[in-house]
Design a protein around this ligand. Structure first.
Ligand SMILES: Cc1cc2nc3c(=O)[nH]c(=O)nc-3n(C[C@H](O)[C@H](O)[C@H](O)COP(=O)(O)OP(=O)(O)OC[C@H]3O[C@@H](n4cnc5c(N)ncnc54)[C@H](O)[C@@H]3O)c2cc1C
Length: 426
C-alpha cells in the first residue's frame, strides 16, 4: 500500500500464468511463473503438481509469498523458488539464482523477506512436485488435553521429530493455558477408505461455507474452540484432499465478498452480528525452537495481566520449522530449528476500549518477549500491533542487511510502502 505522499506501483498487471521450463524424469517440473500468479492460477495451470510449502490461502501471489518469506506448517515457500528476476527502480532486470554470480547470487538469498524493498520480482522458476488429484492427507490428532501441561510441549517436539509427519504439524492452545491440541500431517496411502472416515475441517471445496464458518468463529470465538476440540479428540485421524489441506484458509480471502453479499445466508449472518471484515488483532512471533516453552510462559504471563480477553481467542498456534536459510527472514538465517507463534483475537462486536486492551496485550507480548528472550522476533509480516521503536530495534539486523542494498538498487529511495515506512522511515 502506498504511503500518503507517494505513488503506488500497480503490480496487478504483472504476468499471471505458468509454463513448463524443464521437466525431470521423476515427474517434477520447473515452471516459469509470472510474478502476478496466484497459487490458484498455478494450480489451474498444473493441476497434477503442487508447490511443497505454501501459505494457507490460494489467492496469495507467488511474488507476495516470496516477499514475505512465507512458510507453511512444514517449511519455507522460498525453498521451491529456484530463480527469479528482480526489476529495480533503475530499470535493471537482475537474474537471481543459486548459480548466479555477484549481486544475482546475493539477492537470491536476500529477496525472500525483503517485502518489496529492493525491487519488483517479475518472473520466477518454481519447482513443482507431481501429485495425484485424488491424493489425500491424514490430519492426526496426536495429543489433546483440557489444559496446557508439559505433555503438550513433549508431544509437539515428538511430532516435529517424527519423519512420518512431513506435511506439517502444529499445536493449538485455547484461552489462557486452556484446551490444547496437536495436529500432525502425513500423506495417506492410495486406497485409503475415506468413506469410512471423516474429513478434516475446512478442507472441502465449499469455500463459501468456510467463509461463513470463519465469520461465525469470529463473532463467537468460543464456537471455534468447541468445534475444533469436538472434531479432533486425541487419537483420531481425519482425511483431507491435498489442495483443500494446503489452502484451508481460502475462506478468509473470500469472507468480505461472501459475508457482505446479498443472499439470505449473508443477511442472516449479519443479523447474528457477523462482521464481513472478520476483524481480528493478529500477530506472529518467531523464536529458536528450543525456547518454545519459555516463549509460551512469557506469553501467558502477559495474558494473566489482561483478564477476560482470553474469551476472544480465535487462534493461538505454534508451528515448528527447520532451520531458516534466508537472512531477511524475521529471525534471520538460523542454524537450528525455528518456532512460530501466531495469535488472533476476535475484535468483532467489542467496544473500542476493549479492542484497545487486546491491542495493548499484543504490544506488551512483543515487548516482554524481547526483554526476557532477546532472540525472539515479532514477525515482519504480522507486526501491526508492535510498538514502532521496538520493531525497529528488534529488527536492526534486517535493516543492516537491507539498507546498503537498497542504497545501491534504489538510491533515491523511491520504493516504499506503509509497511516499509515503519521499518525504514525516519
Ligand atoms: C488468508 C491468509 C493466509 C495467510 N497464510 C499465511 C501462511 O500460512 N504463512 C505465511 O507465511 N503467510 C501467510 N499469510 C501472509 C501472506 O503470505 C503475506 O501477507 C503475503 O505477502 C501476501 O502476498 P500478496 O500476494 O497478497 O501480496 P500483497 O499483500 O499485495 O503484498 C505483500 C508484500 O509483498 C510485496 N510484493 C508483492 N508483490 C511483489 C512483487 N511482484 N515484487 C516485490 N514485492 C512484492 C509487497 O510490497 C508487500 O510487501 C497469509 C495471508 C492471508 C491473507
Amino acid at each position: 500500500m502506498p504511503t500518503d505522499a507517494s505513488v503506488g506501483v500497480d503490480i496487478s498487471a504483472l504476468e499471471r500464468g505458468a509454463v513448463v521450463k524443464q521437466s525431470f524424469a521423476d515427474g517434477r517440473v520447473l515452471a516459469r511463473v509470472g510474478g502476478g500468479t496466484r497459487f490458484e492460477d498455478l494450480h489451474a495451470a498444473f493441476p497434477r503438481h503442487r508447490v511443497r510449502c505454501v501459505p494457507t490461502s490460494d489467492r496469495i501471489t507467488v511474488a507476495g509469498a516470496l516477499a514475505a518469506c512465507a512458510h507453511s506448517s512444514a517449511g519455507y515457500f522460498a525453498d521451491s523458488v529456484k530463480a527469479f528476476t528482480l526489476l529495480t527502480v533503475q530499470g535493471e532486470a537482475i537474474e537471481c539464482s543459486a548459480d548466479a554470480q555477484g549481486r544475482g547470487r546475493l539477492l537470491f538469498d536476500v529477496v525472500p523477506g525483503s517485502f518489496g524493498a529492493l525491487g519488483v520480482t517479475t518472473f520466477f522458476d518454481i519447482l513443482l512436485e507431481p501429485i495425484e488429484a485424488e491424493q489425500l492427507f491424514g490430519v492426526h490428532a496426536e495429543y489433546a488435553a483440557p489444559q496446557l501441561e508439559d505433555g503438550f510441549f513433549a508431544a509437539l517436539d515428538a511430532v516435529k521429530d517424527d519423519p512420518r509427519f512431513d506435511e506439517g504439524l502444529g499445536g493449538v492452545i485455547y484461552g489462557n493455558r486452556g484446551r490444547t491440541l496437536i495436529l500432525a500431517d502425513a500423506r495417506l496411502a492410495p486406497g485409503y477408505a475415506a468413506e469410512k472416515n471423516r474429513q478434516a475441517l475446512l478442507t472441502d471445496d465449499d469455500v463459501e461455507g468456510h467463509a461463513f464458518s470463519q465469520g461465525l468463529a469470529n463473532r463467537f470465538p468460543r464456537f471455534a474452540e468447541a468445534t475444533v476440540s469436538k472434531t479432533y479428540p486425541r487419537g483420531i485421524v481425519r482425511w483431507a484432499p491435498w489442495y483443500g489441506f494446503q489452502f484451508y484458509q481460502r475462506g478468509y480471502d473470500r469472507a468480505p465478498e461472501v459475508l457482505g453479499g446479498k443472499g439470505l445466508k449473508s443477511a442472516l449472518a449479519r443479523l447474528l452480528g457477523v462482521d464481513a471484515r472478520v476483524p481480528v488483532a493478529h500477530q506472529g512471533w518467531f523464536f529458536p525452537r528450543n525456547l518454545t516453552r519459555q516463549v509460551m510462559d512469557v506469553y501467558f504471563e502477559v495474558l494473566d495481566d489482561f483478564p477476560g480477553i482470553e474469551k476472544q481467542v480465535e487462534q493461538q498456534d505454534i508451528v515448528l520449522l527447520g532451520p531458516c536459510p534466508y537472512p531477511a527472514h524475521s529471525l534471520g538465517r538460523t542454524e537450528s530449528d525455528v518456532g512460530v507463534l501466531t495469535s488472533s483475537y476476535s475484535l468483532a462486536t467489542l467496544p473500542p476500549a476493549r479492542q484497545a486492551t487486546i491491542i495493548q496485550f499484543f504490544a506488551r507480548v512483543s515487548q516482554q518477549l524481547y526483554a526476557k528472550l532477546p532472540q525472539t522476533r515479532v514477525s515482519l509480516c504480522k507486526q501491526v500491533h508492535c510498538d514502532r521503536e521496538l520493531l525497529r530495534r528488534m529488527h536492526r539486523p534486517w535493516l543492516d542487511l537491507i539498507l546498503p542494498l537498497k542504497a545501491e538498487l534504489d538510491p533515491k529511495q523511491l520504493l516504499t510502502s506503509r509497511h516499509l515506512e515503519l521499518l525504514l522511515g525516519p
